[in-house]
Design a binder for this molecule. Structure first.
Ligand code: K7E
Ligand code: CUA
Length: 769
């Protein structure tokens, strides 16, 4: 057996042995024994069978959950409840290099408030783009409540591409909700504040503080929000809350609720009762009904004025043009949800036990016949409750949010105070089933349950408290997402998933097969702007350029590359005080061959996915030695993927001695290495013969591996030539080192080849010759 296979086998057997020792005792047990040992019931086993996903298995649905105070998005699968990714959105996230590379810093900078960097977000409501009211899986939006912002995430690479800031609001809870063709993203304000960025005393609350609702225009082709075509409705200083867009018969309209329509301003310091008393004294608040389609036409016709660069529809204009109406809704509501057919709108009052079902048909009739019960203090017409209500259903104490089933008329409402899910019929107005939840459920989510195309099957309860559900980890508990089977008459609880990252308010789901994310970028890609990076670097074209301005300020641009297993350049020399701008292009084409780039003491951490170009700029303000390395275990010689930034003191002169390695090599060393390489080549040839004698082209995974292996073998050839050239000059040191490099590429080739061979064997590839 030659050196290579011996080494490769020793690695493999180690893995296999470890596994077999630990599983042999387990696998000998029968199912009954395991159930007895772990105290599992038959119901538990059934739940496990419904959620367990064997190794290599995939989920039917993908969930995008808000990451709450983490300012991120959490991605997981249903029914396995396995977490797949955290997406950095409003908060720097080092694994993805988000907020560390120049490209993503530019995205975060779009979210500055009054010029100040904001390093976190309070994400609440994600929304997937829709086409004809159905989730299409192209983009995801999420809002930041604390700082009134909306982010755009591209689902082709799961990266945040854009952040927009409201020019008027001082926070915004109710975004993001999309209109049926993602024409607009709805984003209502929450706590009223002056639209101007100036001090206004609370005594002038009624006159100068305002609420509102923004319709952000989304450009589907560009995949970006177009701020210049977005418009905002000025609204009374009620605390506008969640929103939803009309669909089907209610297409063109939007709905959002509000609380504290009492317009109470608090002030326990001034001897007044607290907010919670003053904001819940009336029996009803107001649902706001807006006509976005007509508003968009007015914008297009140039009939809406711009203020702070955005179109602003003031209340006077909205009333005059028939764009804004109010309808009483149950006390302190939380959630407004349009039914999949667009005929009804459900609203729950947190302090009521009823969910109210409004009829779009009735609302429309009242608007058309101008039948109003009066006006609010700002002159907005109010439609009487009786002229809008279809049913009011007693669903339980503290109802919050509603989602829909694939079955007609079936809805699910989260019941906060009673800690349960109520399944009910919104056409007939009757309760069908109730299931206890642990504990205090906030939002709930059925599969695609907020679209015109709900899939039923599963429901996830997003609970506010987890108390005793998991192993204790200190006073700050994980959140709990509970998976529920809703395929039958009765709801069945299947699984508890702890989420250790912020309060995940809301989540949206999509059938997994609708998502088509890529595995690599076009070569030299700036993933944040979706265009070729000006710093794209090809193999062999790496360079370092230093330019100085008239004042003697110098900038060093490093155009580098990464590929298994080296960073080019390996030595970077700059002078103290230089601005250093590193640009690395990952030359890999292979799936999952990401290289990281971290450097001592400079806050540099890049994640360079195949094809990506990522940059980092900093001032080398202190002379010293700064090692850098790759942070992804990308290959056997990953640890050797390293280099040095040498920051030389001003006026430094190198003493004329060459670089010296600790070891020198002889002709015998060189010959021994060449022998190994020849033996390794035989293994490669055998593997190649196996692959090419099978129908490997029918397996895209194998085709990609073969492509990568071919690349590596090409590099091996280059190193071999250098080795032979050095040997011809009897430069045994370099001959041996290049021969070793040649072997490194062979090892990578063989590794890929063996992976391809195993894949073909496991997937029963056919012999073709
Ligand atoms: Cu927590 Cu939608 Cu912000 Cu309800 S929200 S629970
Ligand atoms: Cu590249 Cu480790």
């Amino acid at each position: 057996m030659n050196t290579f296979t011996t080494r490769a086998l020793s690695v493999c057997t180690g893995l296999v042995l470890g596994l077999s020792i630990s599983t042999s005792a387990w696998s000998a047990k029968t199912l009954e024994q395991v159930m007895k040992d772990r105290g599992l019931t038959e119901k538990n086993i059934l739940a496990a069978a419904k959620t367990y996903t064997p190794t290599g298995g995939r989920d039917e649905f993908i969930v995008f959950s808000s990451g709450g105070q983490s300012g991120q998005v959490i991605v997981y699968g249903v029914p396995s409840m396995r977490i797949l990714k955290y997406i950095g959105v409003f908060t720097p996230e080092p694994w993805q290099g988000y907020g560390f590379d120049d490209e993503s810093k530019a995205v975060l900078a779009q979210g500055r408030i009054n010029g100040k960097d904001i390093y976190y977000g309070d994400t609440h409501h994600p929304a997937i783009t829709e086409t004809d009211g159905k989730t299409d899986g192209h983009y995801l939006f999420i809002n930041d409540k604390a700082n009134p912002r909306i982010a755009v995430i591209d689902l082709h690479d799961f990266e945040t591409k854009q952040i927009v800031v409201s020019p008027y609001f001082k926070n915004a809870h109710g975004g993001a909700y999309v209109t049926p063709n993602s024409e607009y993203v709805m984003d209502p304000a929450q706590y009223a504040a002056p639209f101007a960025d100036e001090f206004v005393p609370l005594e002038e609350f009624n006159e100068k503080y305002r609420g509102g609702l923004t319709y952000w225009k989304f450009n589907k082709e560009k995949g970006r929000i177009d701020e210049s075509q977005s418009f905002t409705f000025e609204m009374p200083p009620y605390s506008q809350d969640l929103a939803d867009a009309g669909k089907g018969p209610s297409y063109g309209w939007g709905f959002n609720n509000s609380f504290c329509s009492e317009r109470y301003v608090g002030g326990t310091e001034r001897g007044r009762p607290p907010f919670e008393a003053g904001c819940s004294s009336k029996d009803t608040d107001f649902m706001h009904v807006t006509n976005w389609k007509k508003a968009a036409e007015l914008v297009k016709a140039g009939k809406v004025k711009k203020s702070k660069g955005h179109y602003l529809i003031d209340m006077k204009q909205a009333v005059k043009e028939g764009l804004l109406y109010l309808i009483p809704e149950p006390k302190s509501p939380h959630g407004v949800d349009v039914t999949p057919d667009g005929k009804y709108i459900t609203v729950s009052g947190k302090l009521d036990s009823h969910t109210w079902v409004y009829s779009w048909d009735k609302i429309q009739k009242a608007i058309k016949s101008k039948k109003f019960e009066g006006k609010d203090p700002y002159g907005i017409p109010i439609i009487a409750l009786n002229d809008a209500l279809h049913k009011s259903v007693n669903v339980g104490l503290g109802p919050l949010h509603t989602q829909y089933d694939s079955k007609k008329c079936v809805a699910y409402t989260s019941i906060y105070v009673d800690s349960m899910i109520t399944k009910w019929d919104y056409c007939q107005g009757k309760v069908l089933d109730q299931l206890p939840i642990h504990y205090n459920v906030g939002h709930l989510m059925t599969m695609q349950g907020d679209t015109m195309d709900p899939k039923g099957k599963y429901l996830v309860a997003l609970n506010k408290l987890s108390i005793d559900r998991f192993n204790p980890v200190g006073p700050l508990h994980p959140q709990n997402h509970q998976l529920i089977d809703i395929s039958g008459e009765k709801m069945e609880l299947l699984y508890d998933m702890p989420l250790p990252l912020g309060e995940p308010h809301y989540a949206v789901s999509i059938a997994a097969d609708k998502l088509k994310p890529g595995v690599r970028y076009k070569s030299g890609w700036n993933s944040r702007t979706d265009s070729r990076s000006p710093y794209k670097t090809r193999a062999g074209r790496e360079k370092t350029e230093r330019t100085c301005d008239a004042k003697g300020k110098c900038t060093v641009h490093v155009y580098g590359t990464t590929i298994r297993s080296h960073i080019t350049p390996e030595i970077i020399e700059v002078t103290e005080g230089d601005t250093v701008s590193l640009h690395f292009t990952n030359l890999e084409r292979a799936q999952d061959e990401v290289h990281g780039f971290a450097m001592y003491g400079q806050n540099v951490q890049l994640s360079i996915e195949p094809g990506k170009t990522a940059s980092s700029t900093f001032v080398a303000d202190k002379a010293g030695v700064y090692p850098y390395y790759c942070t992804e275990f990308c290959s056997a010689l990953h640890l050797e993927m390293q280099g040095y930034l040498l920051v030389q003191p001003k006026g430094y002169k190198a003493k004329a001695v060459g670089l010296k390695a600790g070891t020198t090599y002889t002709e015998a060393d060189y010959k021994k290495q060449v022998e190994t390489n020849i033996a390794t080549q035989e293994v490669i040839d055998q593997v190649v013969a196996f692959i090419t004698s099978h129908n490997y082209k029918d397996f895209p995974t194998v085709v990609a591996l073969v492509e990568d292996a071919t690349d590596q073998l090409g590099f091996a050839k280059g190193a071999k030539q250098k080795s032979e050239a050095a040997a011809a000059k009897k430069d045994w040191n370099n001959a041996m080192l290049w021969a070793n490099q040649w072997w490194q590429y062979q090892v990578k080739t063989a590794d890929l080849g063996l992976r391809a061979k195993t894949y073909l064997e496991e997937n029963k590839a056919k012999k073709i010759k």
